[in-house]
Design a binder for this molecule. Structure first.
Ligand SMILES: C[S@@+](CC[C@H](N)C(=O)[O-])C[C@H]1O[C@@H](n2cnc3c(N)ncnc32)[C@H](O)[C@@H]1O
Length: 307
């Protein structure tokens, strides 16, 4: 089962009140949402996900706690529009716990994991036309290399892209373990024993299949607008590219411009609309790290709307 990461720290940082209106952008298996619902007896929770199994499991789980929630089966990139349709224009707290859940990773048929043999799929949303199989079999050498370098931060992007092009000229690449073998063949032995060489490449493909960085950037802008005054936005990321996006966005909206900084009194219209709650990203405690391996790469950042 999925063990929620940074659970206590996140719930505390959202500063929930009994009547808070809350949006969980990544419901998953409702670990965070359950804790939220318990704290907002006179409030309301809207929770998004696009994973069928997560949605049906979490609906039952939340119903066993309280009825004041609505689950929305959608990519969170559409959250603002979906909420507007429900006449929700301002909310008190928003949470993102990004990436995939442990059950998604462990379901061998989804193709997220390099540990099980499965069709190369990696779609979080089954209606998405793009799969990992299409990417590895049709993208150019240049595009594959770019994805592996930018999204996987792999040192071996050139040799892995080359190995893929060579292999697919003879045979279509269909399964995860077929791809793992191709990746292994393109990475020096010394590197292979340090860490699994497919980890970064699988991460890169998942990000490309689900357009994750674009979706996050667009959605963060919407979330900042959705926040009411005194509202909090908390984001848990699992790799450096996501964290950079969140960190830079949070800095951008909390900074005072250079001219105003020098003034004895900063005019109200030059004061930022948000303030950072976490100056540095929060990492999991050693106690959490000892029981949950996923927590190692997690970073929590929180921002508050002040005007
Ligand atoms: C790490 S899990 C969340 C776990 C959850 N916080 C819990 O405690 O159980 C991330 C979830 O977000 C969902 N997800 C990721 N990207 C999404 C997107 N763009 N739109 C909607 N759901 C998304 C995944 O399907 C997955 O269920």
């Amino acid at each position: 089962m999925h063990e929620s990461v940074l659970l206590e720290e996140t719930i505390k940082s959202l500063n929930l009140k009994d009547d808070s209106i809350v949006v969980d952008m990544t419901l998953g298996f409702a670990g965070h949402s359950s804790q939220i619902l318990k704290r907002i007896k006179n409030g309301y929770l809207f929770a998004f996900d696009q994973d069928e199994e997560a949605l049906s499991y979490s609906k039952e789980k939340l119903l066993s706690i309280a009825p004041n929630f609505q689950i929305i089966d959608s990519n969170f990139i559409f959250a603002k529009e979906k909420l507007e349709k429900l006449n929700v224009r301002k909310v008190d707290a928003i949470l993102y716990d990004l990436g995939v859940s442990s059950p998604q990773l462990d379901e061998d048929y989804r193709g997220f994991s390099y540990r099980f043999d499965a069709p190369l799929d990696m779609r979080m949303d089954k209606d998405n036309p793009l799969t990992a199989k299409i990417i590895v079999n049709t993208y150019s050498f240049k595009d594959l290399k770019k994805i592996f370098k930018d999204y996987g931060e792999s040192k071996f992007s050139t040799s892995i892209a080359n190995a893929i092009i060579k292999y697919r000229s003879k045979k279509e690449i269909s399964t995860t373990l077929e791809l793992v073998d191709i990746i292994k063949s393109a990475v020096p032995y010394k590197e292979k024993i340090k860490k699994h060489p497919a980890k970064q490449i699988f991460q890169a493909l998942r990000i490309e299949v689900n357009n994750e960085l674009f979706v996050l950037k667009k959605s963060l802008n919407d979330a900042l607008e959705l926040l009411d005054i005194n509202g909090r936005l908390a984001v848990i990321t699992f790799h450096s590219l996501e964290d950079k996006i969140v960190k830079h966005k949070f800095i951008e909206v909390t900074e005072i411009d250079n001219i105003s900084k020098g003034l004895p009194n900063i005019p109200l219209d030059k004061q930022p609309n948000y303030r950072l709650i976490t100056k540095k990203g929060i990492k999991a405690s050693s106690e959490e790290l000892s029981r949950n391996n996923r927590a190692h790469s997690a970073t929590l950042r929180v921002i508050e709307r002040i005007k």
